[in-house]
Design a protein around this ligand. Structure first.
Ligand SMILES: [Zn+2]
Length: 277
């Protein structure tokens, strides 16, 4: 497992390495949404975000390892845990929710079960990765009521976590975004007819050994929003063996990192190349 104190320790280590560690916003329950920056401010920037889905917490230690080992000159902005309340709910259970009303609410949404291992949403039971303004509400799996996963929210960006990621992206204006999810060992690129710079996803596929596919049936995702508004490459990386449970994936953190070890360097090279024409 990757506990909150493991997370704080990793951020401290990165700070010790000279990385900047900062806060981009706060979750519903007031937990900080941290950011980490390495590299330089000039030229194209890369944004990598993880653990927007609660049960996919393993992506946080994976992207932190990627940051730890990155030493390039292109700026890389990392949000290792976009959904800290959800990740803690999956890891700790109801005790992670101090607010009594919210505790009753998530228990009810979860059908009375205290097993939150498959929870994807934030603490308001909104799935943050279908909460973005990109054909919002038209995804094949979307639901319109609070649920452990796939609830689109009352309107796009009505949750503090999705709003923080959205606003931070507008501030940084990255040339590439990477969204880390679990599981299945596949890469998704583009959104509907938009598929800018498909060669980036192809080289990431070659390097990781993950199959590369065009997204189908999704809507309202962070990548979907980024691709349609910027016409720059947004790539979703689904890490981890699909036969393993979400909890079991933590034991594979090093192996998952090993397959993704070149990803930031490939993106850094890409942002330098496209800006140089
Ligand atoms: Zn996911």
């Amino acid at each position: 497992m990757f506990t909150w104190s493991d997370y704080m320790q990793k951020l401290e280590e990165l700070r010790g390495q000279g990385a900047q560690v900062f806060i981009v916003g706060y979750s519903v329950l007031g937990r900080p949404i941290y950011g980490v920056f390495k590299g330089g401010y000039s030229g194209g920037q890369v944004l990598i975000q993880a653990a927007i889905h609660a049960r996919e917490g393993v992506t946080a230690p994976v992207v932190l390892k990627m940051m730890e080992n990155y030493s390039g000159s292109a700026g890389v902005w990392c949000l290792p845990m976009v959904n800290p309340d959800g990740a803690e709910l999956v890891r700790v259970g109801l005790d992670s929710v101090a607010d009594e009303k919210k505790r009753g609410f998530v228990l009810e949404v979860n059908g009375g079960s205290e097993d939150f291992s498959l929870w994807k949403a934030n603490i308001n039971a909104v799935d943050l990765n279908v909460n973005f303004p990109a054909k919002w509400g038209t995804g094949t799996q979307n639901v319109t009521y609070p649920a452990p996963g796939n609830y689109i929210g009352a309107y796009p960006l009505d949750q503090p976590e999705s709003r923080a990621l959205h606003d931070f992206t507008l501030k940084i204006q990255p040339a590439v975004t990477l969204s880390y999810h679990a599981k299945g060992e596949v890469i998704y690129k583009g959104f509907e007819c938009a598929d800018p710079y498909p060669e980036l996803a192809q080289s990431l596929g070659k390097s990781t050994g993950y199959g590369v596919f065009s997204s189908g049936g999704s809507a309202g995702g962070y990548k979907d929003w980024f691709v349609t508004t910027s016409y720059l490459p947004g790539v979703t990386v689904e890490v981890g063996d699909s036969a393993a449970s979400y909890g079991e994936l933590y034991a594979q953190t090093d192996a998952i990192y090993a397959r993704n070890a070149q990803v930031l360097d490939i993106c850094a090279r890409f942002v330098q190349d496209i800006l140089n024409g």
